[in-house]
Design a protein around this ligand. Structure first.
Ligand SMILES: Cc1ncc(C[n+]2csc(CCOP(=O)(O)OP(=O)(O)O)c2C)c(N)n1
Length: 576
């Protein structure tokens, strides 16, 4: 049987062999041959309404499943529109393959219509990128792209394909193994360092786990649970790691960092051993780096050697896959336990008493009012309905931080948010990808009234596929997080943050055939959310919340995390 086929068909063949069932894209002139091949191909193509959202949707898909997300765009403006999505995937280590069309090979470099140097532009925002020069390279490059995107520290890989390569005819030979001499992934961890880690863990009197997105990427949640239970160590999960340990787990404290809880940040500050697992010591977590976990020894486990010592030099680095390494550390811990565990039993008990005291002193509790809907109340209601099981995507801003504080996740891959890049407009398209990936799941897109307006075009994608996403707009009338910073650090000189002229949500929803509703009173909140969930299709709910609420606790930028501000400044009593 001949396997002669066009480059476009070959690409689809490669995608199928990689197990891809759905791609998010937007067509154009140079990708016409690809779309022609898609015409009668079983692979599902989801037409988004902006290429940035193709990337975000593919990221939502990847985050919800752990599989590589795929997006595609045409040359020029199509591929430049992908850039924010690529950076986002890079910052959050999301496995993504971006396919872009390029002008005919003969025209490259001639400033041809819709030519952009996609290869050059994407170099700094991808884990790897390719410009395909010949159809004979196409299958090898595509399978490599999937391999690189998914292995080691996951990330985005871009494959730029000139129109003539799509059109050329070639023989497809399945690629069975990939050899990349310059690309080495160390998964196992060094045996000696693993042994040393176990010893350090038993030697510690105040150990503390700082777990991040790497736990989720490596599928190490079960190992993490066993580890924290065996050592009985308190654990925080970063924004990227929420759900890595179930939020209801007694050892889970909260998210740490700028808007983390008092107990989480005090724990980080006062521990004598910080066990950092799949994290990158992001400034939003560490605050003032020189004061971060100042008295602690640090064990840092990460698959990416470039992360080791990037921000904080660890006392014990372990390069490896978090799942493999944690499993091995646990084995050594068990081996050493009879001799070592009793040694520090008393100080560890005292450490737990201290952590529980911090939790009680300043608990994270949602503010609730009977006269207005507090934003925290809205998030707490979503948590009530989700009960740890729904997928929640978010945009960036205050609503995102309250979601991190108050929504519980029983499992990994339920919380999908733009972490490192902090890209507004992520929530809605990410929900599209997540809902395609997990049709069985209740999906909430919790968005700000600012971020929502960046992604409104995707209402069409949602409507045309009747995706049952529950879109909840936390409508405070402002670019809330920026307003909060202007309030706290710029004498409340509010400038460029008021969102006048927000669309009438009922009419907007109706324009797309999506039921929509606005609520303003606290007693409407629970019934409206229940109604949204009962609705079999999508639902658009705008919740008017108190406009001037600020997110607390807050570590002011540049301060040590132990210097967090717990609440709004109290009015000073004027002496009579
Ligand atoms: C694309 C993009 N532009 C600008 C910002 C800066 N920024 C961070 S939070 C924020 C306000 C977000 O407002 P809104 O979506 O209404 O959410 P809220 O903070 O009110 O919950 C802005 C403008 C950003 N994160 N992303």
């Amino acid at each position: 049987m001949s396997n002669l086929m066009s480059g476009a068909k070959m690409l689809l063949e490669c995608l199928v062999r990689e197990g891809v069932d759905c791609i998010f894209g937007y067509p154009g002139g140079v990708t016409l041959p690809l779309y022609d091949a898609l015409y009668d191909h079983p692979l599902r193509h989801v037409l988004v309404r902006h290429e940035q959202n193709a990337a975000f949707a593919a990221e939502g898909y990847a985050r919800a499943t752990g599989r590589v997300g795929v997006c595609c765009a045409t040359s020029g403006p199509g591929s430049t529109n992908l850039v924010t999505g690529l950076v986002n995937a890079m910052m959050d280590s999301i496995p993504l393959v971006a396919l872009t069309g390029q002008v005919h090979s003969k025209l490259i470099g001639s400033d041809a219509f819709q030519e952009a140097d996609t290869f050059g532009i994407s170099r700094s925002c991808t884990k790897h990128n390719y410009l395909v020069k010949s159809i004979s390279d196409l299958p090898g490059i595509l399978h490599e792209a999937f391999y690189i995107a998914a292995t080691g520290r996951p990330g985005p890989v871009l494959v730029d394909i000139p129109k003539d390569v799509f059109q050329a005819q070639g023989h497809y030979a399945p690629v069975s193994s990939i050899h990349l001499p310059g690309y080495k992934v160390y998964t196992e961890g060094h045996t000696g360092q693993i042994r040393r880690a176990a010893q350090m863990i038993w030697e510690a009197q105040r150990p503390f786990v700082y777990a991040g997105g790497g736990i989720i990427s490596s599928g190490a949640s079960e190992e993490l649970r066993q580890f924290v239970e065996f050592v009985d160590v308190p654990a925080v999960c970063t924004l990227m790691g929420l759900g890595a340990l179930p939020s209801r787990h007694p050892n889970f404290i909260s998210m740490p960092g700028m808007h983390g809880s008092y107990a989480a940040n005090m724990g980080m500050s006062r521990c004598d051993l910080l066990i950092a697992l799949g994290v990158r010591f992001d400034d939003r977590v560490t605050g003032l780096l020189s004061a971060f976990a100042a008295h602690a020894k640090v064990i840092h486990v990460d698959i990416d050697p470039a992360e080791i010592g990037k921000n904080r030099v660890p006392d014990l680095p372990i390069v490896g896959d978090a799942r493999r390494v944690l499993g091995k550390i646990l084995k050594v811990l068990q081996e050493l336990a009879p001799a070592e565990a009793p040694r520090n039993a008393a100080p560890r008990k005292a450490w737990w008493r201290q952590i529980r005291a911090w939790q009680q002193e300043h608990p994270l509790l949602p503010a609730i009012s009977s006269s207005e809907i507090k934003p925290q109340h809205l998030v707490a209601e979503i948590d009530r309905i989700s009960n740890g099981r729904a997928v929640v995507t978010s945009d960036v801003g205050q609503h995102q931080m309250w979601a991190c504080q108050f929504i519980r996740f029983d499992e990994p891959r339920l919380w999908i948010s733009s972490g490192g890049l902090g890209s507004m407009g992520f929530g809605l398209p990410a929900a599209v990808g997540a809902q395609f990936a997990r049709p069985d799941k209740l999906v909430f897109a919790l968005v700000g009234d600012g971020g929502f307006q960046m992604s409104i075009p995707e209402l069409a994608t949602i409507a045309s596929h009747a995706l049952p996403i529950k879109i909840v707009i936390m409508n405070n009338g402002y670019l809330g997080m920026v307003r909060q910073w202007q309030d706290l650090f710029y004498n409340n000189r509010l400038c460029g943050v008021e969102l006048e002229c927000f669309p009438d949500i009922e009419k907007l929803g109706a324009a797309y055939g999506i039921p929509g509703r606005v609520i303003r009173r606290p007693e409407e909140l629970s019934p409206a959310l229940n109604e949204a969930v009962r609705e079999p299709g999508p639902y658009l709910l705008s919740v008017k919340v108190s406009p001037f609420e600020n997110v607390y606790p807050m570590v002011p930028s540049g301060a040590a995390v132990s210097e967090m501000v717990l609440g709004p400044p109290q009015p000073v009593a004027v002496p009579k």
